[in-house]
Design a protein around this ligand. Structure first.
Ligand code: NAD
Length: 489
């Protein structure tokens, strides 16, 4: 029998040191691709959060980081980015074991992007300027930005290091101290980041990491803590609502990156050679567990059969299996609970529409957390399959004609994170880009990101924007200082 007792222990990282929970409690993190326990993880609670916040507050007030010159802060951030790249293989392996995502994705996207988050904000920081106004000869008005203090970051499991560094890098860039609560399903790479920041000489106590669950655990303790000045959260819309309610008594600044139901639209004049392979990627990358996924595909009736047939062929050729094999394109979903949710949606699809391909859990692996890329047609746009975030490899294709009110269909979900438009008619693209209620519109592309641009969602997909100056503004407080001069001369 396999020894399933983990020797690895993932502890909190507080004041530059790995520490167990004060009450010694732990939970397990499991490799969803084989259901083996990877590690015991310290289970944080209110006391551990109190401790981490107190450390972060003392560190902040000491000025050891918040008063450092910008170029010195930037140097440390660059060093963290460099060390992430130096440790790319180990980090990618940890990420894949913890989440079931294909190793090629961890190696080529998640980990390099985590490094880039630090390099990008290190560079961007030094060009981030305040304002000054000299409209009257006897007055000078300065608008400066200062750190906010101690910020709480709460992150999801689908892109663990990628999304936690997307928040940590700008929060540190602005001189704050941080308490991060990583997702309980994927605590591994955040823990490894502790070693990296120590090697990069980030002062102890600037970045603190506390593991645990959300409600009635480390997550909610962070959101209600009076010494946390701001919360940046990425996760489900329903969790965003809970955090907002909890944070209201201490009036924290909030930034929310929430769920999505991205529309991908292929018009009759689209370049199908580009549009079809990208529609496949948009639907199935990371097993469909991406907030920006193109998870409902609208196709004009004149090209519908071509797009449908090609997509079915491509989906059936996707290599599903062991996430550690470099050729694997679809790995395992995050957990058995999540698989059950996705399987329920597949059942709705079978009842309401036509299954074109997939639809099965793949058995015979060491775990049953693998699901075939699944495509449906003939599903009404009002169906839950087209309206709700499934967060799995399930794609409804919706045929539209010139007589349909396409814009209304596209805007019909409660979400408004992203959409992709495929057409060679620039006027048409402009019309939809301007009238879609979403934070990010891609024209003839998907997932292309320039980190300086605002990132975030409309409607139930979020509050605020992150990226470039939007992140730096969120993680800082504006202050006006006005000087009045006398008439001495
Ligand atoms: P989740 O909301 O279940 O959990 C996210 C984090 O919140 C975890 O760390 C969890 O422990 C914590 N949490 C849960 N309840 C909490 C509470 N009451 N108080 C404080 N913390 C709490 O989300 P998930 O399942 O980890 O991630 C998937 C979701 O994230 C999807 O909806 C996806 O669209 C969304 N997401 C959005 C973006 C974006 O940029 N908009 C990016 C990635 C993922």
């Amino acid at each position: 029998m396999e020894n399933n007792q983990p020797s690895l222990e993932l502890k909190h990282f507080i004041n530059g040191k790995y520490q167990k929970s004060q009450n010694q409690e732990t939970f397990e993190t499991i490799n969803p691709a084989n259901n083996k326990v990877i590690a015991k993880v310290s289970l944080g609670n209110q006391n551990d959060i109190d401790n981490a916040v107190a450390v972060a507050k003392n560190t902040y007030e000491s000025g050891v980081w918040s008063n450092l010159a910008l170029n010195e802060r930037a140097q440390v951030l660059h060093k963290i980015g460099d060390l992430i790249l130096e440790n790319k293989k180990a980090l990618a392996l940890a990420e894949t074991k913890d989440t079931g995502k294909p190793i090629s994705l961890s190696l080529n996207v998640d980990i390099p992007r985590s490094a880039h988050n630090f390099h990008f904000f290190a560079n961007f920081l030094t060009g981030f300027k305040g304002d000054s106004y000299f409209n009257n000869p006897n007055e000078m008005h300065l608008a400066i930005r200062e750190p906010i203090g101690v910020v709480g970051l709460i992150t999801p499991w689908n892109l663990p290091l990628y999304l936690s560094t997307w928040k940590i890098a700008p929060a540190l860039a602005m001189g704050n101290s941080v308490v991060l609560k990583p997702a309980e399903w994927s605590p591994y790479t955040a823990t490894l980041l502790g070693e990296i920041v120590n090697k990069a000489n980030l002062p102890h106590g600037v970045l603190n990491i506390v593991h645990g669950y959300g409600p009635n655990s480390a997550g909610s303790a962070l959101t209600s803590h009076p010494d946390i000045s701001a919360i940046s959260f990425t996760g489900e819309t329903s969790t965003g609502k809970a955090i907002m309610a909890k944070a209201s008594s201490t009036l924290k600044k909030l930034s929310f990156e929430l769920g999505g139901k991205g529309a991908n639209v292929i018009f009759n004049d689209a370049n199908l050679d580009d549009a079809i392979p990208m529609a496949l990627k948009a639907a199935f990358t990371n097993q469909g567990q991406i907030c920006l996924a193109g998870s409902r595909l609208f196709v004009h009736n004149s090209v519908f059969e071509t797009v449908k047939n090609k997509l079915i062929t491509l989906a059936e050729n996707m290599r599903v299996g062991d996430p550690l094999k470099t050729e694997t394109e679809i790995g395992s979903l995050i957990s058995t609970q999540h698989v059950e949710k996705v399987v329920d949606y597949i059942a709705i699809g079978k009842a309401e529409g036509k299954l074109l391909t997939g639809g099965n859990q793949i058995l015979g692996q060491e775990s049953t957390n693998f699901i075939e890329p699944t495509i449906f047609s003939e599903i009404p746009n009002s169906s839950r399959l087209c309206q709700e975030e499934i967060f799995g490899p399930v794609l409804p294709i919706i045929k539209f004609t010139d007589d349909d009110n396409l814009l209304e269909m596209l805007n019909s979900t409660p979400y408004g994170l992203s959409a992709s438009l495929w057409s060679s008619n620039i006027d048409r693209c402009n019309y939809y880009a301007r009238n879609l209620k979403a934070g990010i519109i891609w024209v003839n592309c998907w997932f292309l990101r320039e980190l300086a641009t605002p990132f975030g969602g409309a409607k139930m997909s979020g509050i605020g924007r992150e990226g470039g100056r939007y992140s730096l503004e969120f993680f800082s407080e504006a202050k006006t200082i006005t000087y009045k001069y006398g008439n001495h001369w």
